[in-house]
Design a protein around this ligand. Sequence first.
Ligand code: FES
Length: 566
Amino acid sequence: MRSRNWFGRKGKDGFIYRAWMKNQGIPDYEFNNKPVIGICNTWSELTPCNAHFRELAESVKRGISEAGGFPVEFPVMSLGETLIKPTAMLYRNLASMDVEESIRANPLDGVVLLCGCDKTTPSLVMGACSVNIPTIVVSGGPMLTGQYEGKSIGTSDVWRYHDDLRGDKIREEELLTIEAAMCRSRGHCAVMGTASSMACMVEALGLSLPGNAAIPAADARRKVLAQLSGLRIVEMVKEDLKPSDILTRNAFENAIITNAAIGGSTNFVIHLLAIAGRIGVPLNLPDFDPLSANIPLIANLQPSGQYFMEDLFYAGGLPAVLKELDRFLHHNCITANGKTIQENYSQAKSYNSQVISTTEQPFNNATGLAILQGNLCENGAVIKPSAASAHLMLHTGKAVVFENIEDYKARIDDENLEIDESSILVLKNVGPKGYPGMPEVGNMGLPKKLLQKGVVDMVRISDGRMSGTGFGTVVLHVSPEAATGGNFSVVQTGDLITLNVPQRSLTLHVSEDELQQRKQNFKPLPPIADRGYVNLYINHVQQAHLGADMNFLTGNSGSKVSRDSH
Ligand code: FES
């Protein structure tokens, strides 16, 4: 075990490694050949979705101790989606570096990742993959469903209430009451947003115990799962079951199929690509489309459907979804509990066909994910058909272009803006480098004057991302992004664009000659950071179709420490 190289030493070195640990009241026997298990904790009061994690860590510790391990909890950078500016995504790679280096540098034989709010899952999994010691994920669980005036509400309603406010249908004071009614318990967003999609992703990949994705944070069984995960990680160390044993190409394909069936977040694409890059599994953006194309939506969850994560749990949780997907999945992928994924879901069943349907009678035949190609997105773009409007799946319209988010905010409600419901909103410079950090602004709000006319959806295109809780006919992750000088950089107001989801294409009807001419006048944005992490990020972040990981972070360095100073 790695930890023996610290705690098993004699003389001065062993003294130093153990003595300072003993100031925490740890008896000698804890250092005696026990697997040392790190609990990588993203607890933070600034990450409200993860604010209950110290309690959850206690359950994990109980399990580790019970199994004969030595638990040690440590903090890592915690990314709270709602508060961090300019966007939590800017720091996903930084947090992954913190996780990677913290695991490798310390006397750990295995690690439990406590993940919840959106970026806290991919950053921890990416970091752990780059070390590749036995790892299990415990998600924090979703919030209980919000309740307001007899209606169930969740994060996706934020966008609706926002439009209602702009359309003068509700007043600011009412929003205050809605706030409290929506976030009424511990846990992460209760819809199939990015946090829930990430929790489903780790379960479908096999990195967690079965059932991890959907147990509400407030349900006592969340603590039971945490304790069982603590028990299991000690066994995983003994079996030397590492992420690289679990994260095979087939496991990634299972995750993609699952994400399509649950109407998971488009952010899933970007995070899964980054995770595959870390563990060394070849996975490309175009791979997502054929794997998702024939998978109907069988989980009726907002934003693609009607219900919430709490309902998914009562209906049988993710194992019941996987059971229904059996004919599409690779059955023999090994998972964290040592069993195959099929063994894990074989006894599962759907208890509520309103929430988990059959693949024969799905809620929506539109898949949860499509990858677009075309001259407006030379390296691809992403759309979530299950959360889009059927009448806009094949649409040609004139572009109304905003050069950046400030331009959008300044002009979108201008009475003189020439726009109607057939127009296509284009937002540039919200990509990885251009913003920087690729914020979730892709589902930009519609112009007030169209909202007041009753328009509820329009085609929107950007190089940014969309909240997993968002919806609409929204094309995202255009690559290469505007800041790098591709065709998307030179699209202009008035240009005709065709979105053709059935054909998976996104076409700018401007001749190649004209595009080349426009590019001669392309001026890259002036650099906005001359120092610090943002400088490092801008210079090394890769494009969306490569997972927006930094080029020097792709791959892994294993668990060996480079030098031994003692
Ligand atoms: Fe944390 Fe939605 S804000 S999961």
